[in-house]
Design a protein around this ligand. Structure first.
Ligand SMILES: Cc1ncc(COP(=O)(O)O)c(C=O)c1O
Length: 397
């Protein structure tokens, strides 16, 4: 057996084990655009409760048209990293629009928020840097910290501001202190306690970085995010986020902060130096999504009322979702295999929602995580809750 054959045999055994445990993920194939209702290969029309298309922008005609126009004008891609071959007009327009929308001096795009988080922590860290991070921060932040190799790091218990304060005091004499948090936590749907975090950062001279991937377009009166929700628009030092959720859902991410920060990141953050720029078509459609959001703040209202209605229907059916104000509504169901089985049964009933289990969330806290969209209608919310009720009853705890 060659080394490659041996590797394949080992990996095959791993897959068999996942299958035996009931934790093997089934991947679905779309035959239509993303939206509240889609066509899945072999399954037909289903309601989707697991996309990040919070505002229905993935299938918004103006957003699609902007991408098509950019595709025709600028071609399929950049074919190079920005510092070698330059950037395209849609990059400049998107970055200006993002900075304006978020109330920061500047912004810089990346091919994903995963990359943006890596870029910023790596570029800002050295031996005299200490990073303070919530234990439930997104995997991209956790991995970025490993890559950044700062002088020290403190992982504080989820949203525990006393623990954060104690860590800031303990490391008070460190030259550069970076506090990083998700704005909306992706598995729980709850919000970072930003008012206290802003206070603590000001008091202890730390820089606050908020990854608002699930807050942008969702939180705040006008969808400007978790900072706006708390009346702190313009008070967060650095915001990172994705273009792959509420803003068209294609791909792409960004860092928004001061002019100096974005210029330095452009000069020396490794993904800027060694990886292609965002495709111009994606930059153009994401920018259009921002314009749509500015012009139609009622979309954010609609998302909020759809989410409240979904929670009401769930409560009426006897479920107790984790409380929260975002568009993420998780219902705990116990073991991973139960979550997967419930989601399988819901799909048979025409509702597509993913069950999350270990290692994405701790053992025993597997969940059906629904994500609501402004584009959903009442009957879709009702059908989703009815399917969850039937599936949960059919799969014993
Ligand atoms: C909080 C958070 N940060 C970063 C990311 C990564 O975003 P992207 O898909 O743009 O890499 C996600 C995606 O799930 C996320 O939820």
């Amino acid at each position: 057996m060659t080394a490659a054959e041996k590797l394949s045999a080992e990996l095959g055994a791993e897959l068999d084990e996942m299958s035996a445990k009931g934790t093997l993920k089934d991947l679905r194939v779309y035959e239509s655009p993303q939206g509240p209702e889609v066509r899945l290969k072999g399954l037909g029309e289903v309601i989707v409760l697991s996309s990040n298309d919070y505002l229905g922008m993935a299938d918004n005609p103006a957003v699609i048209e902007a991408g098509v126009e950019a595709l025709k004008k600028y071609g399929a891609g950049t074919a190079s990293v920005r510092f070698i071959c330059g950037l395209f007009e849609p990059h400049i327009e998107l970055e200006r629009e993002l900075a304006d929308f978020l109330g920061t001096g500047s912004s810089l795009s990346y091919v994903s928020c995963w990359t943006a988080n890596h870029a910023i922590l790596d570029a800002l860290s050295d031996k005299e840097t200490h990073i303070f991070s919530d234990e439930l921060n997104h995997a991209s932040i956790i991995d970025a910290m490993k890559l950044a190799r700062p002088g020290g790091k403190s992982i504080y218990p989820h949203s525990d501001m006393e623990a954060l304060e104690a860590a800031l005091i303990e490391h008070g004499d460190v030259k550069r202190k970076l506090v990083i948090t998700d704005g909306v936590f992706s598995m729980e749907g709850d919000l970072a306690p930003l008012p206290r975090m802003v206070e603590l950062c000001e008091e202890h001279e730390a820089v606050l970085i908020v990854d608002d991937s699930h807050g942008l377009g969702v939180m705040g009166e006008t969808g400007r995010g978790t900072a706006e929700h708390f009346g702190l628009h313009g008070r967060v030092d650095i915001i990172t986020g994705t273009l792959g959720k509420a803003l068209g859902g294609a791909a792409g991410g960004f860092v928004a902060g001061s002019e100096e920060l974005c210029r330095v990141l452009e000069q020396r953050s490794r993904p800027q130096l060694f990886s292609n720029g965002l495709p111009p078509t994606v930059a153009a459609s994401s920018r259009q999504a921002l314009i749509e959001l500015r012009e139609h703040p009622e979309l954010v209202d609609r998302l909020r009322s759809n989410t409240a209605e979904y929670r009401r229907l769930l409560n009426e059916a006897g479920f107790e979702p984790i409380p929260g104000e975002s568009a993420i509504v998780p219902v705990l169901v116990g073991e991973t295999s139960r979550a997967i089985e419930i989601s399988r049964k819901m799909l048979e009933d025409g509702v597509f929602v993913t069950g999350f289990g270990y290692p994405v969330v701790p053992e025993g806290t597997a969940r059906i995580r629904s994500q609501i969209s402004a584009a959903m209608e009442e009957w879709q919310l009702q059908k989703a809750v009815a399917a969850m009720t039937r599936a949960a009853a059919a799969v014993p705890d």
